[in-house]
Write a protein of this length. Sequence first.
Length: 248
Amino acid sequence: MSLSPRRRKALGQHFLVDDNIADRIVAAAEIAEGERILEIGPGRGVLTERLVPLGKLVAVEKDRWLAAVLRQRFGDELELVTGDALEVELPPSDVVVANLPYAISSPLLFRLFDVEWGRAVLMFQEEFARRLAASPGSKAYGRLSVMAQHHVDCRKLFRVSRTAFLPQPRVHSLVVRLERRAPDYEVRDFAIFKRVVATLFQHRRKTVRNALRLEFPADAVEQLPHLQERGEVLTPTQMAGLADLLSG
């Protein structure tokens, strides 16, 4: 299947064309016989053709022209949903495998957190993936790290050169494996938790005291632990503890 440069630009996608990388992504998913598989943005079908024989595959493709090509190529072997993955209903699955469109990586990832699945092998821009898996105190650690790690364990698998795509993106990519699990802490009020996390990283060079006083009543803040530390060194568990005290 050949796409004109104008059409590729209009789609805003970088299509994986390296068969070895595709093989490694699918192998990393460790799909057992009969498992339910969800693929988002199958594009040219380089992952799709490897996933079809492994289980019950549902693929979500926004572009109607690509969807028609995929439907013609795979027929009844594939359940194809034509629509925007940010808007259509995503089915529950055992495993998600995808080269996600980079422009919507963050909203699409958090959309996935609202859907039932056990594990995911996903490819992102390298910087985004490193932020996703970052540890407290590191330069890459931020709001994305905390909010994603609230839902999953994230493990970096391997780097992918930009030469593995057509057209080539400007940056390299990174494949990660996410394991769904409940956090080891409870959050009394998730909206407060999100506000705490957002505030601490919006003012990441300030102490916890000085950052949170910009958003919450001073008398409530003064009762908190970690006041002399910077928010960027706190774990998700510690941030959840701050949120629970503020919500109380």
